[in-house]
Design a protein around this ligand. Sequence first.
Ligand SMILES: CC(C)(COP(=O)(O)OP(=O)(O)OC[C@H]1O[C@@H](n2cnc3c(N)ncnc32)[C@H](O)[C@@H]1OP(=O)(O)O)[C@@H](O)C(=O)NCCC(=O)NCCS
Length: 395
Amino acid sequence: MEIRTLRTSELDAAWELDADSFHIGPEKREHWMRFVDPERVLGAFEGERLVGVAEVLPFGQFFGGCAVAMGGLSGVSVAPDLRGSGLAKRLCTACLETMRERGEVISSLYPGTTSLYRGLGWELAGSVAVRKIAPRSLLALPRTERGRTRPMTSADVDSVRACYWRLAQPTNGCLDRAGPLWERLEAAWEDRSGFVFEGEAGRVAGYVVYHQIDGEYSHLGGEFGIVLDEMVATTRDAAVALWRLLGSWGSQADQVVFRGAVEEPALLLLPEQESSTLADFRWMTRVVDAVGAVASRGFPHGLKIEVPLSLSDPILGANQGDYVLSVQKGRGELARTGVGSGPVFGIGAFSSLYTGWATTARLGAAGLLAGGTSEQRAALDAAFGGPTPWMLDEF
Ligand SMILES: CC(C)(COP(=O)(O)OP(=O)(O)OC[C@H]1O[C@@H](n2cnc3c(N)ncnc32)[C@H](O)[C@@H]1OP(=O)(O)O)[C@@H](O)C(=O)NCCC(=O)NCCS
């Protein structure tokens, strides 16, 4: 079995495998072909036949206010007749090696199965919820007289991107959307409804992109639903105005469905806790280069610590060893030492701590962290902890 980067002439076969594995309709083919970069897809070949693929997307992911170079693992698929023979494991391991070479110091993914990725060092690292709310309850929000909502146009591209950045940069887990990600999204939003909210001095302080979906009885003239492709509000006025715009659909639609953080910020605005959760799930992250990952993220300003810790990593052995983590002035450093006298982590557990999803107590209770004093563990929690990481993107 040969594993290597795809050639352009092999993209058709990759699309076939991907479309079959993820039940993607032919209408999505053009979009897929437009944005796929064969240099970023690894293929497994049995003779001439492409039997497995995995794509590594070039992302940045914000942690502690800094964009950390992240390889987004996506579209891992293996031909049905060859599943269960360790091929996905080999492909993902090869992807990790390419990420390390490219300087992508962490990797995140949405797991179809957790155990495959956990076995390779990814661990639960961020939470996302899909919620629904009745549009009528959004109308309970007080009207805002400041600013105005208007249709989004192609002239809004830069201000919409800037608005997203103001939300994403301080939010652990959000993508920085450098590279082709924005173009991908904007192409996907072409046939959607979009509105922006202009606040002070005409600055775009929020936007919403959505589409309609059939309800159970739409074919009989019954109500339909509104699905948010994305909503970002960076001020209270923007949030109120955009939620009220969605609330105005209450005469025809029975639900607004949206994804976001597990703890929804809109609950601070709404008079009642009326949204309900349809699904909640967790993405996974793997530290690919421990020293680089610590150097790339931000840490709390005002925190000064030095903690010894040990890492084990059977897949990427360069991470393995004893270190001292130093944090000061908002930056961190992981330096090698000769002796291990602190908490001991597998690379997966360290990854879950790194994003702030798991605390040392949660890892300890799961048997994923051993050793260290309570002071050392508290210092690690102070360095990495924060609100549960989440992101708007799915890949
Ligand atoms: C998921 C998929 C990629 C696995 O490929 P594969 O080559 O069969 O996987 P491997 O043989 O390398 O399995 C490695 C480990 O992953 C886990 N695993 C693989 N498939 C699994 C499944 N369907 N359910 C649960 N665990 C699974 C097992 O723990 C396995 O470890 P083991 O060999 O010790 O039992 C393949 O089934 C597939 O293409 N599915 C459709 C597309 C998909 O869901 N992709 C994943 C998107 S994130």
